[in-house]
Design a protein around this ligand. Structure first.
Ligand code: GUN
Length: 292
C-alpha cells in the first residue's frame, strides 16, 4: 500500500507556481491577484479562506479578502461581484460557499464573470469542461487528477466508482474521469439512493468517496489492490483535541488501507490539493490561459 501524500505534493506544486510567478514578475509582468469574498463567520469557511490567503502569499500572488456580515443582502453581494468583475487588477475571485439561506448561491455563481471564475463553478466553465474545451476546472476534482498523475496511477480503461453527485465534486469528477484526455476510465456514479452501491464498489479499480458520511466506505466494500481517494472532511466532535473536533474522511482508513494499492489520508490527502489547484487556476487566470 502506498500513501498518497497530498500535503507534500501541494507544497511542491506551490513552489513550482512561485518560481513561475517570480519569473513573470522579473520580466515586468503582472503579479497574479486573487480576491475572496467571505460572508459571515462559519468556522469551516473562515479556515478555508484563511488558508487560501496564506497560499496566495506562498505562491507570490496578491490577495484581497472582502468580508460581509451574515445579514448582507443579495443585492449588496451582487454589487461587489460586479465591481470585482470590472476591476482590471483582479485576475480571479471566489465567493466562499455555503452562503446564508436568504442568498441564492446559483444567482451569485452566475453573476461572476466566467473569465475570473477560478473556482470553475460558473455554467460556462462547467459546460466547457464537460465537452473538453479549455476552462477553469473545479479545484477538488483537478487536485485528485493531479495526485493520480503524479503518483503514476493508471486510470485508462479502469473501472472508477464515484460516491456522491455534488456539483463541486461528484459531477465534475465523473466528467473528467470519463474523458479521453483525463481519466479515460469507465465511470459509475453512486449516491445515497443507489441500491447496488456496495456491489459497484466491490468491482471498482478506483473509488472516489465524496458522499459526506464519515467512515462510510468499509473493508468489505473494497477489492484488494483498489485505489481509494477520500474526499470527506466531516468535523467529528473530539473533546481530546484542542480544536474540539477531528477531521474525518468518508473512508474507514485503518480497515480499508491495508487492502489498497494507493490511498489518500484525511487530513493531508485531497484537502491540501484543493487550495493548491485554486492557486494554479489563479495563475492561469493571470496568464489569460483560457480566456483573453
Ligand atoms: N466551499 C467548499 N468548497 C469550496 C470551494 O472550493 N470554493 C468555494 N468558493 N467555496 C467552497
Amino acid at each position: 500500500m502506498e500513501l498518497i501524500d497530498g500535503k507534500a505534493t501541494a507544497a511542491k506544486i506551490k513552489e513550482e507556481i512561485r518560481a513561475e510567478v517570480d519569473e513573470i514578475v522579473a520580466k515586468g509582468g503582472k503579479q497574479p491577484h486573487l480576491a475572496a469574498i467571505l460572508v459571515g463567520h462559519d468556522g469551516g469557511s473562515e479556515t478555508y479562506v484563511r488558508n487560501k490567503v496564506v497560499a496566495c502569499g506562498v505562491c507570490g500572488f496578491k490577495s484581497t479578502l472582502v468580508r460581509f456580515e451574515e445579514d448582507v443582502t443579495e443585492e449588496e453581494l451582487l454589487r461587489k461581484i460586479g465591481e470585482l468583475n470590472t476591476d482590471t487588477d483582479v485576475d480571479g475571485f471566489i465567493v466562499q460557499l455555503p452562503l446564508p439561506r436568504h442568498i441564492s448561491e446559483q444567482r451569485v455563481i452566475e453573476a461572476i464573470d466566467y473569465r475570473k471564475d477560478v473556482d470553475g463553478f460558473h455554467p460556462v466553465n462547467v459546460g466547457r469542461m464537460a465537452i473538453g474545451l479549455p476552462a477553469f476546472i473545479s479545484a477538488t476534482p483537478l487536485g485528485i487528477l493531479t495526485l493520480l498523475r503524479r503518483y503514476g496511477v493508471e486510470t485508462k480503461g479502469k473501472k472508477c466508482v464515484i460516491l456522491g453527485r455534488s456539483n463541486i465534486v461528484g459531477k465534475p469528477m465523473a466528467q473528467l474521469m470519463m474523458q479521453k484526455q483525463w481519466g479515460n476510465s469507465t465511470v459509475t456514479v453512486c449516491h445515497s439512493q443507489s441500491p447496488t452501491l456496495r456491489e459497484e464498489c466491490q468491482r471498482a479499480d478506483i473509488i472516489i468517496a465524496a458522499i459526506g458520511q464519515p467512515e462510510f466506505l468499509r473493508a468489505d466494500m473494497v477489492k484488494p489492490g483498489c485505489v481509494v481517494i477520500d474526499v470527506g472532511t466531516t468535523r467529528v466532535p473530539d473533546p481530546s483535541r484542542k480544536t474540539g473536533y477531528r477531521l474525518t474522511g468518508d473512508v474507514k482508513f485503518d480497515e480499508v488501507a491495508p487492502l489498497c494499492s494507493f490511498i489518500t489520508p484525511v487530513p493531508g490527502g485531497v484537502g491540501p490539493m484543493t487550495i493548491c489547484m485554486l492557486m494554479l487556476n489563479t495563475l492561469a487566470a493571470g496568464k489569460r490561459e483560457y480566456y483573453k
